[in-house]
Design a protein around this ligand. Structure first.
Ligand code: GLC
Ligand code: GLC
Length: 814
């Protein structure tokens, strides 16, 4: 057992008490436009809207390592002792270290030789700046004469250019300094209307803006010369490496504390008002904001508002169950992770460089499932943005750029699962909000004005695009890949370094995906229900008929004898079959088929899920396939490029586990469902942090499988579709609180050793107080429900007027 901290459930914080976390354990700052990554030792970086194109501070990658970024040093003038209160990058010993990662803020504190320094980092709501609110306290019995140094290294905006195009950018860096306000003005003279700034509450303090002057020759951020000397030199950067460094001198009596505030901000000026009368950057607007937030009392109020915002937001779902891991992950961390994943997509983490991917079509659609109950208005916008990148054929760009909102093919096209996710996401939004008006919104194709059609038509085109691409078994053609980006049945790549996602395809019209077949069946029912609630019963019939035909094809050609097959390859050979020597059983079709209701009546579902538990189950969760591929298979593509036990090739790919948990609830097997859920619940794995290594408060994309050298080791934490799907699995299927067009369905599937649970769920503006009771030892379904004391006919609680509070009591008897 090894822990590096603990959950503080009441404060909704994770408290890290050991410096030597196996990897940097990070948090995110920012809720709207301005974001930062902050590690438990003050590392990370900040950006405005786009992690690549508007990067404020520099981060040199040795992913997922961390060498600082929010540099803070303390110096004792009497002894010349220098240390970092966040430990990095000086790594001089500190005592009483703690890092509290909370919802949108992080607090890092420590003590050295009786001097305590604690810093709160956060982005105030509605602002484009990051506050470092520092409190220095002298706990000695004698006076302390100290200097505090705070520094950031500016990134020259485009983070990719910044780390590659040195021949240009070592000459372009510019700064300006006014009264304790350091402005980073690179390219402002020409086409940019924005600056970054680093401000200090001590207007008169010394500063530096030239990195070499501050650090000294042949030195790094661990031992800046200016700090050792105890004096910034007032340097002005011309090219090379612009930084912002402030010095604040403090003399503290025994017991005395002092507040110091630093602000890292982003500001835009109107193009015609860029310069002041003297030709320098116009700063009135910046000055106003800075003056406001360098006041510690105002900073504290802003942090309180931020806290209230989050508490209110995640109050949309609150559960109280017999399992503490369920409670804290659902009530706080999983909902938080869903919001972060929605905001950042797959762009910026310690595993995602911030200079790479845009917004994935399928990823963003699935992210909606996890945050639609928290931010329905933003979900609506996101769905319309996504649909606008859909192609007239009904297919989809695989990704789009957040700044331009246009689709691009940079990481490939022709992933035939993509369009179907739009149906599932729009259905989830409509069921959560009851807003059917969204289906009438006029949305273009390929972002081309003049091509608009109602959103509902987009969904039908998505549906139709699958039906237009069927293979020899009547199953959907896979195209470049389906949900599993690494199952590349038409790639046949033999060139080292060639991208599996963009290499020209050998489409022979043969390679089919059982997974997309099942996904289509699931989508057909959602589309049918949408048609029904829109008063188009005929359309509902045709959607269902198409779904039934597909379900039959999956039943006839997708069943392998003991589980569902994964696919048919380019030569028509089965993938994921007992006749294969490796990759005999894959998780995705088992989860998706049963979620879609395939095999529920004829026993196939039960057999498939039994096979999953037996063949794919490990102490760390369900692996993606078994046995993993030991050698490269040109006919399967990237999947076999990963060593056995990693990523899609036989790791626990967290995203797929909740599908199986949901599938188990469809069979009514509550014990199995919760077991699958808990194996990858981050809090339930906290005791194994030394093995897991990633943060114990958020899901990671993968956990190494038994074939890997270090089974149980997680990677790619934070920005993963696992966040949304785990929340769906536990809240909608295990606890069974499930939005429907008609209201809130209460249909839990609980483990035998629970006696029920309680929950508060906000739904369409009303609040539902839900209690479900059951005898120990049974796992049955709801037998009766009362709403405000009256027995309900059925198990769907009709939606109440906004503002109402509804008491719902459910009973499970056998
Ligand atoms: C990554 C991708 C996602 C894909 C999954 C499986 O998580 O972001 O789109 O479905 O891998 O390959
Ligand atoms: C690689 C990753 C996979 C990801 C894909 C798309 O294939 O292994 O997880 O989905 O890239 O970016």
């Amino acid at each position: 057992m090894s822990r590096f901290g603990h959950f503080d459930d009441a404060a909704r914080e994770y408290v890290i008490t050991r410096l030597d976390t196996p990897l940097p354990w990070i948090n995110y700052l920012g809720t709207e436009d301005f974001f930062g990554i902050v590690s438990n030792t003050g590392g990370g970086y900040a950006f405005f809207e786009d992690a690549r194109l508007r990067r404020l501070t520099r981060f040199r990658y040795h992913a997922p390592g961390d060498g600082g970024g929010r540099f803070l040093y303390a110096r004792d003038a009497d002894t010349a002792d220098v240390w970092c209160p966040t430990w990095q990058p000086a790594r001089v010993d500190v005592e009483d270290y703690r890092c509290r990662h909370g919802l949108g803020y992080t607090v890092i504190g420590s003590v050295r030789n009786g001097v305590e320094v604690e810093t709160r980092y956060f982005v105030p709501l509605g602002e484009t700046l990051e506050v470092w609110r520092v409190r220095v306290t002298n706990r000695r019995s004698s006076d302390a004469n100290l200097s505090l140094f705070a520094a950031v290294e500016f990134c020259l905006w485009d983070a990719w250019d910044d780390q590659t195009n040195f021949q240009r950018n070592l000459s372009t860096g510019e700064v300006d300094v006014r009264d304790g306000l350091i402005l980073h003005t690179t390219e402002y003279r020409e086409r940019r209307n924005h600056v970054a700034y680093f401000a200090s509450s001590d207007r008169g303090g010394a500063f530096d803006t030239d990195r070499d002057a501050f650090l000294g020759t042949y030195r790094g951020w661990d031992r800046p010369e200016a700090v050792e000397r105890g004096r910034c030199g007032g340097s002005i950067a011309h090219g090379w490496f612009p930084i912002g460094a402030h010095q604040v001198d403090l003399s503290l009596r025994p017991g005395e504390g002092r507040d110091v505030v630093f602000l890292l901000g982003y500001a835009e000026n109107p193009p015609e008002g860029k310069f002041d009368g003297t030709g320098r950057v116009a700063t009135e607007r910046i000055r106003g904001t800075v003056d406001r937030f360098v006041d510690p009392a105002e900073a504290d109020r802003a942090l309180d508002r931020l806290r209230d915002h989050w508490v209110d937001l995640i109050g949309a779902l609150r559960v109280s169950t017999p399992n503490e891991h369920v409670d804290r992950i659902v009530n706080v961390w999983n909902q938080y992770q869903c919001m972060v994943t929605f905001n950042l997509s797959r762009s910026a983490s310690l595993f995602e460089s911030g200079v790479g991917r845009g917004m994935g079509f399928r990823d963003s659609c699935q992210d909606v499932l996890g945050f639609v109950h928290l931010a329905p208005v933003r979900a609506r916008e996101r769905l319309l943005d996504l649909a606008a990148t859909q192609l007239p054929s009904g297919g989809a760009y695989h990704q789009y750029q957040p700044l331009t909102k246009r689709g691009n093919d940079a990481i490939g096209s022709g992933f035939n699962d993509d369009p179907l996710w739009l149906i599932l996401a729009v259905a989830a939004y409509a069921k959560e909000t009851g807003d059917l008006g969204v289906l009438d919104e006029a949305v273009p194709y390929g972002s081309e004005p003049g091509t608009e059609s109602p959103l509902l038509e987009h969904l039908w085109r998505a549906f139709g695009s699958t039906l237009e691409r069927l293979g020899p078994h009547g199953l959907p053609l896979i195209g470049r890949a389906d949900w599993n980006d690494c199952l590349n049945l038409n790639a046949f790549s033999t060139e080292p370094g060639e991208s599996f996602q963009t290499v020209p395809q050998h489409e022979g019209g043969v390679a089919e995906s059982v997974f997309i077949g099942a996904q289509f069946v699931l989508a057909s029912e959602e589309l049918a229900r949408l048609a029904e609630v829109c008063g188009r019963p005929d359309d509902a019939v045709s959607a269902r008929e198409a779904g039934e035909r597909m379900a039959a094809a999956v039943g006839n050609h997708g069943w392998d004898g003991a589980w569902f097959r994964r696919a048919y390859d380019h030569s028509g050979e089965p993938v994921g079959s007992s006749t294969n020597d490796e990759g005999q059983i894959w998780i995705e079709p088992q989860g998706m088929c049963v979620m879609a209701g395939i095999g529920l009546e004829d026993g196939l579902a039960e057999r498939a899920l039994d096979a999953v538990a037996e063949r794919l189950g490990t102490p760390h969760g369900l692996v993606l396939l078994d046995p993993p591929y030991a050698r490269y298979r040109v006919e399967l593509g990237e999947i076999s490029s990963y060593p056995p036990g990693y990523k899609e090739n036989g790791a626990v790919f967290s995203h797929t586990n909740p599908w199986v948990a949901i599938a188990e609830t469809r069979l009514g097997r509550g014990d199995r469902a919760l077991d699958h859920y808990l194996r990858i619940n981050p809090s339930a794995r906290e005791d194994r942090s030394d093995v897991h290594r990633c943060e114990p408060y958020v899901y990671a994309q993968m956990i190494a499988g038994p074939a890997a050298a270090a089974p149980g080791e997680a990677k790619n934490s934070w920005l993963t579709g696992s966040a949304a799907w785990n929340l769906v699995a536990i809240s909608q299927w295990i606890l069974g609180i499930r939005p429907e067009h008609e209201g809130l369905r209460i249909d839990p599937c609980l483990p035998a050793d629970w006696e029920g649970f309680e929950a508060i769920r906000r739904f369409r503006g009303a609040t539902y107080r839900i209690a479900v009771r059951k005898p120990l030892g049974v796992t049955g379904r709801i037998s009766s429900i009362t709403v405000d004391g009256r027995t309900l006919d059925g198990i769907v609680v009709p939606s109440a007027p906004a503002g109402a509070t509804v008491t719902v009591e459910g009973t499970i008897s056998t």
